[in-house]
Design a protein around this ligand. Sequence first.
Ligand SMILES: Cc1ncc(COP(=O)(O)O)c(C=O)c1O
Length: 341
Amino acid sequence: MFNLTKIIRPNILTLEPYSSARDEFKGSEGIFLDANENPFGSLNRYPDPLQKSVKQKLSEVKNVPAENIFLGNGSDEIIDLCYRIFCEPGKDKALTFVPTYGMYEVSAAINNVELIKLPLNSDFQIDTKSCKTYLKDTDVKLIFICSPNNPTGNIINNIEYILENFNGVVVVDEAYIDFAGSNSLSAKLDNYPNLIVLQTLSKAWGLAAARMGIAFASTEIIIYLNKVKPPYNMSSPNQQAALNALDDLEIYQNQLATILSEKEKMLNAFADISIITKVYPTDANFILIKVKDADKAYNQLINKNIILRNRSKVVADCLRITIGTPQENEALLSAFKNIQL
Ligand SMILES: Cc1ncc(COP(=O)(O)O)c(C=O)c1O
């Protein structure tokens, strides 16, 4: 049975969080002489620490109650908070399936937490048999699953098997879910008290600069995320940028449709490019390809000011290509035709 208080570090269970006078005063009008701000200017006031307006809007767009939403300064902040809440440095462990998003490992190292890296199989799926013993290891407190996975691009199956058979917390990172056309696991929060779903406005919503990461989780988990986060982790301009984007669904839908149709165009075009030896199926806004000599191809493209992600150290001879504008994609296709390997 999952028991949240057994998973949380003892110092976090008893932590007295920072509280400001504005946590006690609920109104919005008043003479604010409590926070040592400058009384003049337009950015002179601290932002809403709980980002209530953004959560309300997100709740409507994502169909998740506002009390089940936490916002971080990018999902990267939330990944770090998860280590700090659930993993005792030097003692507890976390687990992930590789190749995957690099910040799970970087954050583990920063927090002095051992990260067990189990390989995905040749279809980039979880091998449930080989992870069984790890699911029973009580030192493993946290599992990160990225779906659609970065850099492979595919949706991961069997996540519910992990949720059902693991008594720690499972973080499902859905940064690319908007491109996948499949349902978010956030619809199943009531079934899984050990589930945290991460999403972000950095990808399909076009707000990477505004650093708006989202966690959907039980109200109990949200309490601890709020306790541990820095009090004012989202700036007011960034909260406003999120509100503006969430208010304009048409822009989001149009950009999403363009990116998806460009992805189809690129997938078709890649089939005729001789240096590309394999194109992996993708549910994201990027495509993983295998080429004859990834380092050489990468460097030749860099010399033309076209920057791809060289993933050949994690998947042999692979490059990851983000879908750009139609013009950028055309430029890549013509550059590909001139590569000499
Ligand atoms: C799987 C995954 N999660 C999270 C992030 C970071 O998201 P954010 O910009 O919200 O920190 C990325 C960025 O590339 C990503 O690929």
